[in-house]
Structure formats: structure tokens, C-alpha cells
Design a binder for this molecule. Sequence first.
Ligand code: SAH
Length: 264
Amino acid sequence: MRLGIISALHEEQAGLVEAMRGPATLIHGKREYFLGPLWEIDAVCVLSRIGKVAAAMTATTLVEKFGVTHILFTGVAGAGDKTIKVGDIVVAESLVQHDMDASPLFPRFEVPLTGQARFQPDQQLSLRVSSAAHAFLENDFLDTVAQSERQQFGLRQPRVHRGLIASGDQFVNDRLRIDAMNGALPGLVAVEMEGAAVAQVCHELGVPFAVLRTISDNANENAAHDFMRFVKSVAAQYAFHITRRLCQDLRQSPLQARSESAGV
Ligand code: SAH
């Protein structure tokens, strides 16, 4: 396997690139791709930048030019439901583009001419990512996230959730807006700006993928407050250690061969 790892923000990617210990680098389409072994897994790390188009282009390039066989997106997201707290982890069970609306020609949220609104990640890979996230919370969380930061962000007993992630070209920082989205999209757990774009590309190219998000904010008026501090001191640790655990696990027991239904 060759694992493509996409991050949206520099702070989340920096640790991974360092862990590659002298990767080969290649610039393509205004992005820098880092190639090399990551905890003994053949990997390509790249910063997509923010938004659906940026993420879609990056995912396509990873597959078409760099030959990745699997994609993992790691990043932060706003909570999509009141039961989801800052510091919790979300692993996508399905993804939707919340700003897609070609109604009345097509049902709201449906991506025209694909016949679907929701895109499913690879179950096997997502399960492995969930296990890595659980192991991180149980074994690494207290050691890797400083007490001052745990206190600052009120991180007590972070949990792992599976569910629907909604992506759109909008930073959601409005209580009414997130409540409306929660009402329109049953099962919503997180809102962000890239996951569902990667999901559509992977669906169309037949590449298994997973989306992992650390909840950075409540998608309300306070969402931008301390956002970068959270990314640097908390989310970067989550992304690094969960990815490490995932790679070590994949090294020990590789994913099963794919069924032909995936189309590659
Ligand atoms: N302030 C940042 C911009 C972050 S944009 C800067 O100056 O660089 C938000 C990023 O985090 C996106 O990649 C998005 O996927 C994710 N995200 C976190 N919280 C979000 C929210 N409430 N709404 C939408 N995206 C969110």
C-alpha cells in the first residue's frame, strides 16, 4: 500500500513530515508533496490548504501522479451536535457537501449526476483509524497534551465518535446556522471544509479513504477564538500520534485486499 495523508493546516502536517526523516519532496500544482517511509509505511504527505476545491485537487493528484492506494485526511472541525465536545475525535462514517444545492433539479445535497448525497469512507481503514484514536486517548493523551492546554480548552475525557461529517466552503461560526445544519442533516457529528470533497474524488476514482477530525470549536460565535492555539498545542498532537499508531498497526497487520466493487 501507499498511504496519502492530507492535512489542511501547516501545524498539523509539520510533525508528520519531520517523522519521515528526510523525505523526497516534489512540488506540483503549487503544493509540496513529501514522499518517504512514515513509521515504515510508504507514504506521501501533503498540505491541501483550505476548502473543497483545494482538497479535491490534492486528492486527485495524490492518486493520479503519486499512485497512492489509500488516503487519510487529518484535520480539525467544528462540532455538529451538542453532545460533541472540543477535544473529541470524529471518524467519518459518511460525508456530505452541505453547500451543494441544485434543487429543484436534484434533491438538496445530492451531487448532480452521481445520484448520491452521502459518500462512504472505507470501513476497514476507518475502523483502524478509530482504534488508533481510542488507543491515543487511552495511552498518549495525558502525556502529549500539556495540562495547561487541557485546562485552557476544558478537555476532560475526550471521546471518539463515528457519524456524518458535512463539508462546505464556509467556516461555520454561527449558532443558528449550525443548529439548522444539524436539523437538516440527521446524524451530523462535525462540520469542516474538505472531507466530503476528498470523499467524492475517492469515490469516483475507487480509492479507499478515511477522514479523521479533532473537534476544535463549537461552530458558533466563539469558533475562531483561540483556534490557532488549539491547532498548534492540541490538534497537532492528536494528528501526529493517531497517525503514528495507525501506521504501526498497518505495518503489523496490513489491510485485507480490496473487493472488486471498489473499481480499481
Ligand atoms: N483561521 C484559520 C482558518 C481556518 S479555516 C487560518 O487563519 O488559517 C478552518 C479549517 O479548520 C478548515 O480546514 C476546516 O476544515 C476546519 N474547521 C474547523 N472548525 C470549522 C468550522 N467551525 N467550520 C468549518 N470548518 C472548520
